[in-house]
Design a protein around this ligand. Sequence first.
Ligand code: ZN
Length: 289
Amino acid sequence: MKQLFFLGTLFIHLLSFAQQKEVTITIDPIAENIYMLTGQGGNIGIFKNEKGLFIIDDQFARLSEKILTNLKTISDQPVTMVINTHFHGDHTGGNENMSNQGATIFAQKNVRTRMQNRQREKGNISTASLPVITFDEGLQLYFDNENIQAFHVHNAHTDGDALIYFATGNVLHMGDTFFNGRYPYIDLNSGGSIQGYIKASEKALLLINKDTKIIPGHGPLATKKDLEIFLSMLKEITSKIQKEIDAGKSEEEVTNNESLTSSYDSKGFGSGFINPERMRKTIYLSLTK
Ligand SMILES: [Zn+2]
């Protein structure tokens, strides 16, 4: 029995080791000097410029070495700037490592506050991981052949989301205000809301055209069409849930009512991190807050 237990534990250890080892980093060129990196956690945007590498988000700390090694395949230059789209750990986990190798971290000001609060709660203070330059509504960055615009969208996925737009390359990184082809996670406990989430997509659509390449926080590289489908999904489900609320339906009734999301469930939207039930519940809670 003891041996069986040992074998079982060993198996679990080997399994988790294998899972960690399995993370494959892929870098795909999407416009001139602009790339998308996928590994584990939020999609990373990369811009190669005269000052070094500018990256959007940095996944997890344990992947930093691997990410930096892979970045060497596109440039000998170090990562000099990191901008965080929001505070979640799968987008900011590598900050400390990036900062230690010389990068300056930028983010909307609420990102810094939330990261600081979280560190205090955990009793694990890491100043190097915090954004050094913060902005309120937006920020403009100028390079030889590119202008980058970072702008804050209010109370969408969190209260510190920024969308990053490359004007010359015509690339938009939307952070977790866009989960391509999937139901999104909306962090209601960190200032997120369905109304703000819908507005973020609407704002993005005003900025882009049919040729824009969109890097979503999660999911494959997207086009304007994909974002339009995503926005229709959000609006349709939200209006259905609002009708239920107006009719006096309870949280439980809405959460269990499969018909509210079924037309998008069948298209695979619920097969990601957020299942249909959780989507209905989140929208209900956001609308009744
Ligand atoms: Zn997130």
